[in-house]
Design a protein around this ligand. Structure first.
Ligand SMILES: *Cc1c(COP(=O)(O)O)cnc(C)c1O
Length: 417
């Protein structure tokens, strides 16, 4: 598969075979959970060296922890990133990233079609610190180009927008952001590393909510920031001064690891890291099964007369089919959306389901359904919902690993209202 061309072993083999950074004293086959808060040293000089980053060791688990570091190493192997930082949630990965890049008077260029809390972070939280958000239609490349100016700290988008199911043309956008000297930051939560290579498609900084695919079945909340080492930070107004730092980290990752993440304190805990490192071992297996089932159900739903429209970018009916095939060599993942005639029909359908679970979240082992307009976007005003493009007759399905024929039967009986 093309995703692997620079590494000799295939995805699952590389993850499962990943060595620990240091040999375990007892030969544990899985990384132990280091649940301790602090690490002790044999002398005052040794602890001083550790605090001054002269040694590659741990001092306090808010700053770094061996079990979390082991997960970061696996994510690095999975993605080909230059450096990785695990944090406490997907939102923590976005907020840490923008605390590092944004400043009063700067702006973020993005789509209004964003995960609800990301929208709220940009529109409300960061706005109070003097950061402007500029919403553009990401299908319109000249609009993106025109919105970027000397105070743009980043262009940000989601790999496939949710629930709209749009795909930004990353290779073309990467050419624009590169020419303008602005980092391209993409939230790729929707398709994991075994199905999409951020490195190959010009992404500078990748954001992942590891709560979703990585956690191995909704086991825990977590997030990650991945730096591909591709952006020239001397072009960043805020980070230009910090470009040389005597480490192998970029100015961005140095700022995140040595300042922002410590100060914000949204660290990943070791138990989460252990669960998620285990989740990564079955990632490709789960992704393949879920996304194949999602494609099958998307085709099936497309044929039902009660279903007005299906959103899945591999379908011929998707305006994003071409870019979808280009970015995702196998499948565009396990999430699909569909419209029924009315909101009332959506509620009726949901209430009749017996196998599929009514719950938020994505990429659990269980199949989940939600009505986004009344839940995830339930507290936004009607005007905001319009800006965000949220329809009230739309349902979102995250397809799990149950037998797909049972899922199909459940959908069929629930549609018979
Ligand atoms: C869930 C999600 C987030 C937020 O992640 P948390 O782990 O819940 O904080 C961000 N972006 C996308 C695309 C998501 O699906």
């Amino acid at each position: 598969m093309e995703l692997e061309d620079c590494q000799s072993e295939k995805f699952a083999t590389r993850i499962i075979g990943a060595k620990f950074k240091k040999e375990d004293a007892h030969g544990a086959i899985s990384m132990p959970i280091y649940r301790n808060a602090a690490f002790e040293y044999p002398s005052s000089e040794a602890i001083a060296n550790a605090f001054q980053n002269k040694t590659d060791s741990h001092t306090y688990s808010r700053i770094s922890n061996p079990t979390v570091e082991n997960l970061e190493l696996r994510m690095k192997i999975a993605s080909g990133a230059e450096s990785v930082m695990a944090v406490s949630s997907g939102m923590a990965s976005i907020s840490n990233t923008f605390m590092a890049l944004a400043y009063a008077g700067s702006n973020i260029v993005t789509s209004p079609h964003l995960f609800g809390n990301t929208f709220s972070l940009f529109q409300f939280t960061l706005a109070e610190f003097g950061v402007e958000v500029r919403f553009v239609n990401t299908d319109n490349l000249s609009e993106i180009e025109a919105a970027i100016d000397e105070n743009t700290c980043a262009f940000f988008c989601e790999l496939i927008t949710n629930p709209h199911m749009e795909i930004a043309d990353l290779p073309k956008i990467a050419a624009i952001t590169k020419a303008k000297g602005v980092p391209l930051i993409v939230d790729t939560t929707i398709v994991p590393w075994c199905g999409f290579s951020a490195k190959k498609h010009g992404v500078d900084i990748e954001i992942v909510s590891t709560t979703k695919y990585i956690s191995g079945g909704a086991t825990s909340v977590g997030g990650a920031i991945l730096d591909y080492g591709t952006f020239d930070w001397s072009k960043s107004k805020k980070l230009a001064k910090a470009v040389s730092n005597n480490t192998s980290m970029s100015a961005f990752m140095y700022k995140i690891k040595r300042e922002i993440a410590r100060n914000i304190g949204a660290c990943m805990d070791s138990e989460t890291a252990s669960l998620q490192a285990l989740g990564m071992e079955s990632l490709e297996l789960r992704f393949e099964r879920m996304s194949q089932s999602a494609y099958y159900l998307a085709l099936y739903l497309s044929e039902n007369s009660k279903v007005k429209r299906v959103g899945y970018t591999k379908l011929e009916s998707s305006p994003y089919k071409k870019i979808s095939d280009q970015l995702f060599p196998s499948n565009p993942g396990a999430m699909l959306t569909f419209n029924l005639a009315t909101k009332q029909d959506c509620y009726r359908f949901m209430d009749r389901l017996k196998v599929i679970h009514r719950a938020t979240n994505l990429f659990d082992n269980k199949t989940l359904i939600i009505h986004p307009e009344s839940t995830i976007y339930g507290t936004f005003t009607p005007e905001m919902k319009q800006v965000m493009g949220i329809e009230d007759n739309l349902l979102r399905l995250s397809v799990g690993i149950e037998d797909v024929e049972d899922l199909k039967k459940d959908i069929l009986q629930a549609l018979a209202f």
